[in-house]
Design a protein around this ligand. Structure first.
Ligand SMILES: [Zn+2]
Length: 286
């Protein structure tokens, strides 16, 4: 097999908007980075521009209701999974993600715009570098203790393939399965445009917890008891595709691009985090 080189963005990419939970304005700029840099978030609004690496050690211990939070001491970034999904999907090993507040914009609830810009900017090979990947070398399965009914598996594969089983006890959401072999094209066309969603009941609950302050009718699919309330679905399985987008993003917290076939039955960010910790422990060779 020929030696694979590490990659970075061929051009800087910048976008702004409003965070879904904080309601604050944020500009996100993805910058090329050198060999071995990995993916790091940098808070340019704070003195000294502190950095937080995208890896499992940065994952916050606090309960992650509906989002992925990375923390280093007092500094945190949250709801970063869609950015991570685009980087993982495009196979970008090294990138610096500068943010002007703790939470990136929600845009339309998807990663479509970001994926489009990264696709236009292109990916650059860092000549002379050696690519490191997180490789699954034998089949494993895992069920997080505190998430009954959630199950994960990982199988060896030379590609990155993800399968997500959406299974909600809800008359409109119900069950759907999606599976993709991840490439930049699949990421941009089939996964990144899938929007986040919540049920009508969750909207009221999350607001009462001080979340989704920036959420409005344009940036999440709202599911009522008898149908979608505010939009048309892009695909019949759009909700499952969005969960797969989140899974793809969270898996980059392995600290390296993943190689394997990963399946998630009903996983969310909290369960994903436990699965990633488990994988790091099982496959410590990476
Ligand atoms: Zn999401």
């Amino acid at each position: 097999m020929s030696q694979e080189c590490q990659t970075t963005l061929a051009a800087a990419v910048s976008l702004e908007g409003c965070g879904i939970h904080s309601g604050r304005e944020c500009r996100v700029t993805l910058l090329p980075a050198e060999t071995g840099y990995g993916v790091r978030f940098a808070r340019t609004d704070l003195p000294g521009t502190p950095e937080i690496p995208a890896q499992i050690a940065s994952l916050s211990e606090e309960p992650m209701m509906r989002r992925t939070i990375l923390r280093d001491g007092d500094v945190s970034v949250e709801t970063v999974e869609h950015i991570l999904a685009v980087l993982h999907g495009f196979g970008i090993d090294n990138a610096r993600v500068e943010m002007t507040s703790a939470e990136p914009p929600i845009w339309d609830g998807s990663a479509k715009e970001l994926a489009k810009l990264v696709g236009q900017g292109g990916v650059k090979t860092l000549d002379g570098s050696e690519r490191k990947v997180f490789r699954v070398t034998r089949p494993v399965s895992f069920s997080p203790e505190d998430s009954p009914g959630v199950e994960f598996t990982a199988w060896p594969s030379d590609t990155l393939t993800l399968t997500y089983f959406l299974n909600y006890d809800h008359p409109v959401i119900g069950s759907k399965t999606v599976s993709f072999c991840i490439t930049p094209e699949v990421t941009e066309k089939e996964i990144a445009p899938a929007r986040t969603f919540c049920t009508e009941e969750e909207v009221a609950f999350l607001r009462s917890k001080g979340l989704i302050r920036g959420g409005n009718i344009d940036n999440a699919i709202v599911v009522g008891r008898s149908g979608i309330l505010n939009t048309e679905l892009l695909w019949p399985d759009e909700l499952a595709r969005h969960k797969l987008l989140d899974f793809l993003g969270d898996l980059l917290l392995l600290g390296l691009p993943a190689r394997g076939h990963f399946t998630a039955f009903r996983g969310g960010h909290h369960a994903n985090a436990q699965f990633i910790r488990y994988l790091r422990k099982e496959f410590s060779q990476a």
